[in-house]
Design a protein around this ligand. Structure first.
Ligand code: NIG
Ligand code: FE
Length: 427
């Protein structure tokens, strides 16, 4: 018995890259035959001649178009792709999209030879954005972030993770989290808000990082727990050490929050392995990750989120250990890290291109990094990240034929329309 009722919105005529690792097992809802057949490219889970039935915002079934026609079925609405590509909606699993001001002047200083670390030690860097973010009203932060999110949505993003971390006091961190969550209610995008209070030592605690971490654990985490789904920390010589990072994660776990980490970006601290051992859903940056750390991530199923925008903008030389990540079957995600300092980036597709050209990912790994593996990095892979029966009908459609073309060209947005929960987005 099939579950086709006729009330569905049907997407047909698309070349579908399901990004479903089990796509070989997908069967036609009507005939029961495998949908991929002999022409299937398993890596992208490509399906041709297949229709998607959507009802209640979810993928209700997948079926061969010729079987639908043979049975003379009609539907509430049909979206005809006319040969365009359809992928899962893109997922930006690491961003700092809400902030005040910008840091173009610091970028100019870096071009003149001053390093990111030197600027941070002189009180610039993250702390300069903290001053601008504290000074901005909630509405100002929302309006500025709205402009930025529109660029990402226009390029197919349907889910985004947004971190706090430029407030560093309770009220300002809560202000940032409210803005992040409001973006999710006013735009056709799901927002996962992450508390990143342990981003830098707050000015009020200058010279007393342990005191600040105590405050984060005693006050900021407990009072933010209802406004976020995860807690992140920046473990680095210019930020927090391993013991401080561990305290933050222990506290987060007491509130049932997921943990994620900014790790091994500028030096090796051991934070990625620490976080993986504590059950982190992702470890992010990872240029200085060791082969041994890769085994730890692989053992725990922690996603390695690579941020080529920060690598590129900071003119880094050390690259993440892609071969060891592959050998240990660590899922690799790609994200914008959109922020005013290390990665003023508003294109996820460009990050896919950079992940290929700078880090040596295959185009398929890059597309998986913005879909199914990005969903894993947010622990949302049961509901989004692939074209799979039962998942949300979050689709990106494209004026290209093959998925590799999404990360092959630079600029010239190839989007042909985005669907959130089955509905065409407008913003
Ligand atoms: O992901 N590494 C730490 N945090 C951000 C940058 C923050 C900033 O420079 O404002 C990052 O790169
Ligand atoms: Fe970041």
């Amino acid at each position: 018995m099939n579950s086709i009722s006729g009330h569905e919105v049907v997407f047909r005529g698309f070349n579908i890259a399901t990004m479903d690792p089990n796509s070989a097992e997908i069967k036609c809802e009507l005939s029961g035959e495998p949908l991929g057949g002999l022409t299937q490219q398993l890596e992208y889970g490509t399906l041709n001649g297949t229709a998607i039935g959507v009802e209640g915002g979810k993928i209700k079934w997948l079926a061969l178009e010729r079987e639908l026609d043979r049975n003379g079925l009609t539907f509430a609405q049909t979206v005809n792709g006319e040969g365009k590509l359809l992928t899962p909606g893109l997922i930006d699993c690491h961003s700092h999209l809400v902030f005040g001001g910008n840091r173009a002047s610091e970028w100019e200083r870096r071009l003149n030879g001053c390093s990111y670390e030197e600027i941070a030690k002189q009180g610039g860097g993250i702390l300069s954005t903290v001053s601008a973010t504290r000074a901005a009203t909630e509405e100002e932060l929302f309006q500025a972030a709205s402009k930025r999110i529109k660029s990402l949505l226009a390029e197919g993003v349907t889910t985004i993770e947004i971190k706090s971390g430029y407030g560093l006091d309770l009220d300002s961190e809560l202000k940032m989290l409210r803005v992040a969550n409001r973006l999710g209610s006013e735009f056709p995008v799901s927002v996962e808000a992450t508390l990143l209070a342990a981003h830098a030592v707050a000015p009020e605690f200058q010279g007393n990082p342990d005191g600040f971490i105590q405050h984060v654990c005693d006050s900021i985490i407990p009072q933010s727990a209802e406004s976020c789904s995860a807690v992140d920390a920046f473990c680095e010589t210019i930020a927090f050490n391993l013991a401080q990072t561990e305290r933050v994660f222990e506290r987060a776990k007491q509130f049932g929050l997921n943990i994620k980490v900014h790790a091994e970006q500028l030096s090796h601290t051991g934070a990625a392995a620490l976080a993986a051992n504590m059950g982190a859903i992702s470890a992010d940056h990872l240029e200085f990750l060791s082969d041994h750390d890769c085994a730890t991530l692989g053992r725990h199923g922690t996603v390695a989120t690579l941020l080529p925008g920060a690598f590129y903008c900071l003119n880094e030389k050390q690259k993440p250990p892609i071969s060891a990540l592959r050998e240990n079957q660590v899922p690799i995600a790609i994200a914008t890290d959109s922020n005013p300092g290390s990665s003023p980036v508003l294109s996820l597709l460009l990050m896919g291109n950079m992940a290929c050209n700078l880090f040596g990912l295959t185009p398929c790994e890059a597309v998986a990094g913005m879909t199914i593996n990005a969903a894993k990095a947010l622990q949302l892979d049961q509901t989004i990240g692939s074209i799979t029966k039962g998942k949300q009908a979050d689709f990106a459609t494209w004026h290209v034929h093959s998925p590799a073309e999404l990360v092959y060209s630079i600029g010239g947005n190839p989007s042909a329309g985005v669907y959130k929960l089955g509905e065409r987005t407008q913003f």
